[in-house]
Design a protein around this ligand. Sequence first.
Ligand code: FES
Length: 107
Amino acid sequence: MVKITFVENDGTRTEVEAEEGLSLMKAATYGGVAGISADCGGNCACGTCRVYVPEAWRHVFGEPKDSEAEMIEFSQDTTDGVRLSCQTRVTPEMDGMELGLPDSQHY
Ligand code: FES
């Protein structure tokens, strides 16, 4: 299992034990992370599963696909390191990672 900590905008921290290969969004929602709403269920169509990836961890994500980049643009969230958690799978390299969350996943 891979330990990943999600940090809400108010500082609340939730550590999840994520299964390798699971989407980061599912790892968060199964783990009770309140700040991920994931309204479209992981279909890259809502932008409500955004996470903020600190610079030190961006290399484990790789480049976003066009569909992810377009959805992020549509969400109008220009925060540094923003990614869609439904479009990334958990890998062993993510063990110990901390991710930030927006103050709201709604518009
Ligand atoms: S869950 Fe909708 S875009 Fe990720």
